[in-house]
Design a protein around this ligand. Structure first.
Ligand code: ADE
Length: 367
């Protein structure tokens, strides 16, 4: 795991005002004239639902031990120096806790975290508006950072390096570049596609960390913690059963747990055991290994449509009616990690284990 020093990315900051404990600002200042906000923290929906189960401190964050160790040291050293934390790039498959880690870092540093995503930063003023409103040492979290457009990227370079905005004022022959200082801040970028980041942008991150799929023990602990917060009586075997089926991903574990809770509530079950988890998740077509209907459809098409491969990503995506980038970044990583699929220079190939899994689950849509 690489720790890359970006040299000039940290600088002395004025002492921050009273630390703000609120993690996501519910009253964004970055609203344009159409009322669109670049601050996803204000949005209703999955982020808020997930919030109730998120760990708030590093000590409560289960798993990702190397990531926690590296960031824990950086936070402690930064606090002692009273500086802004070096810029952090988090990459890896979705649902592994990149946003959660940004919020944990803000909490540990006693500052606010502004949350946005690259597609929301379409126009230069979207990103300028966010940057000029940052307070010293605050975190700016940009999700899907590989999708930033070039103009936004170029605004970010001096902002990340020297805490400065280079703005062009005037037009044509009277155009001038003005430099505007901004508060020392920390950019936390998140991406599922680290390879798609331009190297000038990647090089400006001081800490570059990959999030790994979680192991079974950690997932079981995450499920037990979430069950406690949701007031579900779940025995250890049931927690393990959810852990086995969540594709190494806490976000999926928590989603499955909510489905189990529904089935338990409707069936009038007080205590949830492994049998009930099996019953509830079979209903949602999640098999014993955590593959869902779309995973099995991919394996099925690969085997029965293309003789097991090799077949190119675009062909496979077209056959499934999926976007190739989504297939590559969201669906494939778990199948690769499980050894059910292989990427070869000539295309995707089903493995022996993939074939065995298909034989055990012959219908592409059956659980
Ligand atoms: N909920 C989601 N991810 C978690 C994690 N890594 N630790 C504890 N609870 C979580």
């Amino acid at each position: 795991m690489a720790i890359v020093s970006s040299g000039s990315a940290s600088a002395g900051a004025a002492a921050p005002r009273e630390p703000r404990r609120r993690l996501v600002d519910p009253a964004p200042q970055d609203v344009d004239e159409q009322g669109r906000s670049a601050d996803r923290g204000a949005a209703e929906g999955p982020l808020q639902r997930e919030d109730s189960l998120r760990p708030r401190r590093l000590a409560d964050y289960i798993g990702q031990s190397e990531l926690k160790q590296v960031l824990g040291i950086a936070v402690e050293a930064t606090r002692a120096r009273e500086e802004a934390l070096d810029h952090v790039l988090l990459y890896g498959p979705p649902g592994l806790g990149k946003t959660t880690m940004a919020l944990v870092l803000a909490e540990e540093l006693g500052v606010r975290c502004r949350i946005t995503s690259a597609p929301a930063l379409e126009r230069p003023r979207d990103i300028v508006g966010l940057l000029v409103n940052l307070e010293p040492r605050e975190l700016l979290f940009i999700d899907e950072i590989h999708r930033l457009n070039r103009v936004a990227e170029e605004i970010l370079y001096p902002a990340m390096e020297d805490f400065r905005l280079d703005l062009t004022v005037g037009k044509g022959t009277t155009a001038r570049t003005r430099s505007l200082p901004i508060a020392p801040f920390t950019l936390v970028g998140a991406t599922t596609r680290a390879g798609s980041l331009s190297s000038p942008l990647r090089d400006r991150f001081g800490l570059i960390q990959r999030l790994e799929f979680y192991g079974l023990d950690d997932l079981q602990a995450i499920v037990q913690r979430a069950a406690g917060l949701l007031q579900i009586e779940l025995d250890a075997a049931a927690a393990l059963e959810v852990a086995r089926r969540c594709r190494g991903t806490p976000r999926i574990a928590n989603r499955l747990l909510r489905r189990v809770r529904d089935v338990a509530a409707v069936g009038g079950h007080g205590r949830v055991g492994a049998d009930l988890v099996h019953e509830a998740l079979s209903l949602h077509r999640v098999d014993g290994r955590g593959l869902d209907a779309s995973d099995r459809r991919l394996l099925h098409l690969l085997q029965h449509g293309y003789g097991g491969g090799p077949v190119g990503l675009d062909t496979l995506a077209a056959g499934l009616g999926e976007d190739p980038a989504t297939l590559e970044a969201v669906v494939e990583p778990f199948l690769l990690q499980q050894g059910l699929l292989q990427r070869t220079p000539r295309g995707r190939v089903i493995t022996e284990a993939g074939l065995a899994h298909l034989q055990a689950h012959p219908e592409p849509s059956a659980a």
